[in-house]
Ligand binder design. Structure first.
Ligand code: 5RP
Length: 219
């Protein structure tokens, strides 16, 4: 079973998390793309979706699922998204696809976050995956210096502008021992839109695909 097979398997398992008749929160990335393909079979159960990126919006529309603005929706029981790293406690690093800000907003607006990953993403401590931080362009140098002071090696993602018109700075070498304190401190810096540490909006359930099957971790 290769990584794509595992992503497809975990996407299939996530179909059981859908609440029929309710708005679904939909994340971004290659694992979620497999989920969106499968949602075509569940169109009648899904009156609409709130999407975390222009890319997912296009895919949802292509299979005939109406995409609503978050401002039009008052209840999202479940948000399903991938992650770049996730701990058994539900703390995640996200933003490899650059959609972290909208992802965090929808996660915060949803009752439950179901994280779908293959086993390579499950870690005991966050920090091996370079941390994405979305920054307002005028703060690029300021935040780059700050991330270096925190012990990391920051680099602006080349040729990439987020759906919100901002930059992403990816930082390697950070050791994130207390994800809640780290997220609170970094997101408090003026110029930071958000960071890819999801500790204040953790996953409630993780579906982990492995060659021997998909297992569930309730956080
Ligand atoms: C996008 C994300 C994705 O969830 C994360 O990058 C995982 O992506 P993939 O499913 O392609 O491995 O946070 O901003």
């Amino acid at each position: 079973m290769n990584q794509d097979d595992m992503k497809r398997a975990v996407a299939r398992a996530a179909l059981d998390e859908i609440v029929p008749g309710a708005i679904l929160g939909v994340g971004t990335g290659s694992t979620v793309n497999f989920l969106i393909e499968l949602l075509a079979q569940r169109r009648d159960d899904i009156p609409g979706a709130v999407s975390s990126s222009e890319a997912s919006t296009e895919r949802l529309k292509a299979i005939g699922i109406p995409v609503l603005e978050l401002n039009e929706v008052d209840h999202i029981p479940v948000y399903i998204d991938g992650a770049d790293e996730v701990t058994p406690q539900g703390f995640m690093t996200k933003g490899g696809g650059g959609a972290l800000t909208r992802e965090k907003i929808i996660a915060s607006a949803s009752d439950r976050f179901v994280c779908i990953v293959d086993q390579s993403k499950l870690v005991n401590q966050l920090g091996a995956f370079p941390l994405p931080v979305e920054v307002i362009p005028m703060a690029e140098a300021l935040i780059t210096r700050s991330l270096a002071k925190r012990g990391g090696t920051p680099a602006t993602r080349e040729g990439f502008i987020t759906d919100n018109g901002n930059l992403i700075i990816d930082t390697t070498g950070l050791s994130i021992e207390d994800p809640v304190a780290f997220e609170q401190s970094l997101t408090a810096e003026p110029g930071v839109v958000t960071c890819g540490t999801f500790a204040l909006t953790p996953a409630h359930r993780i579906l982990v695909a492995a060659p021997e099957g998909t297992r569930t971790i309730d956080c």
